[in-house]
Design a protein around this ligand. Sequence first.
Ligand code: NDP
Ligand code: BG6
Length: 521
Amino acid sequence: LKIYLKMINTSTSDSKTSLNRKTPPTIIIIFGASGDLTARKLAPAIFNLSKDNLLPKKCFLIGYGRSAMSDDSFKNEIKEALKAHSRRKIEASTWNNLEKNLIFHAGAYDDLNSFVTLENKITKIEKQIDCKVQCLFYVSTPPGVFMPILENLGESGLAKRHRGTETASKVIIEKPFGRDLQSAHELNQVINRRFDESQVFRIDHYLGKETVQSLLVQRFANSIFEPVWNRNYVSSVQITVSEDIGVGNRGGYYDKSGALRDMIQNHVMQLLALTAMEPPSSLDPESIRDEKVKALKALKPLALEGESPEVVRASYAAGLVGGSPTKAYIDEEGIPQDSSTETYAAMRLYLDNWRWKGVPFYLRSGKRLAMKASEIVVQFTRPPAILFGQDSRLKVSPNLLVIRIQPNEGVTLYLNSKTPGLETKLQPIKLAFGYETTFGSDTPEAYERLILDALNGDGTLFIRGDEAEMSWGLLSPVLDYWSSQGRQGLESYASGTWGPLAADKLLLGSGHEWITGRNYD
Ligand code: NDP
Ligand code: BG6
């Protein structure tokens, strides 16, 4: 993040040069290199960093996988992935630079010997280039094998390589970080035994999105927001992360996960923490993460039963998305007919702290909804109905600050204005800022930012172990409750809509309504 702020303030070429000098020679080792994430996100991110000269001059990529593959076949796979998924075209000079340093290493994830032979390969590269390298291990396999990989990195000595120096090993761990509080805690225990926390980067790619990073800038670099960012002026906060896609070919993974584990526990809770946290004392990673943890700690346990349950779950039925008919979740590939997995979850949360006491935070996320939209909407209290607001002609709409994370990244402030004419009539108007209009469209992808930060040892945009556990602490009881209920209480919604009616009940009587996508363009 510090680098990001520095890049805003300096010319691009200057910042690139200083970054190059900073990052030591590196070998990036991807576990699960034949997978979907490597093809769609990691390889394109590494390529685009290389194109921008943001990787160290001496940089190698080792793909690790269970089936034997020649280096040439691996190079071909990566090239095809880049053709299909890179945000910029691959051109000869960058590709030639990258290609000569692409290597494949075959081995099982639970076989110590394969890690020992990997270490031999790394040492050989060090000898070849005659300098020490830092290893960045990227764990991009299904979560079931995170544990053996981390254990073997420890057992083989790869975790300890050059520890205490600038070339100390680092490890990026993909999500989901555990499936509940217990498993996240166990994963943290293994990590703590094998690594220093400073070597560990638990990724949440939402933190790498431009708009999420700039949330801190909006909140703390503008004096107009902070005085009203509290229970006295904010009547509710809504966070929506909706997708129009279904589970596609990820049914096997998704049915064991569901919306709460896949999206809410990580992406949505991170957005909440950044919105609700107190100002950190500095931009130092620990100061920011300390404040996020405090915000998560203040969350009140959710009411699961009774008159006003605070959580809703649902699964998509058949419907129409973008004008085309789509299947119900249980008819998707790999999903059992009696599945009780939620593809949608919504909740009403309260923070028991000085700033937010009594302010509802409404969260929702789901697949096969009306549109893809990730937004934070801060709704402000209405002014007293003395001058305006007494009748429909003088209707005062609540001021809204809408932070649009994607798509059409930007920030919009909704204000009330007088319509032109002799009669006094009020109408909400927008003050809108769009990233693309202001800065152009060539924004780096989240994975570029995050891989670069990890290479430079900056953990600001990564999740600390206690943060992950804090978030699971709130949500694990919900998962236990749902699991005890089976399909009972699992609502349904037609694909292409905004989710089940039951989600509206979360807002009933509060004077609030779900805003994203419904009430304004
Ligand atoms: P894949 O299912 O494509 O698996 C990645 C690789 O892991 C495979 O190519 C395979 O490599 C190996 N693998 C697959 N299944 C097993 C298994 N049961 N045991 C051991 N190894 C296995 O995963 P993705 O690439 O989609 O995701 C990787 C990680 O990234 C996951 O943790 C996922 O949750 C996370 N993630 C993925 C996103 C995505 O859009 N794909 C988005 C955000 C996070 P080989 O056979 O060569 O060893
Ligand atoms: C991933 C989830 O973490 O985020 C996917 O596993 C989801 O299910 C994806 O589709 C959404 O990411 P983005 O960046 O497209 O909003």
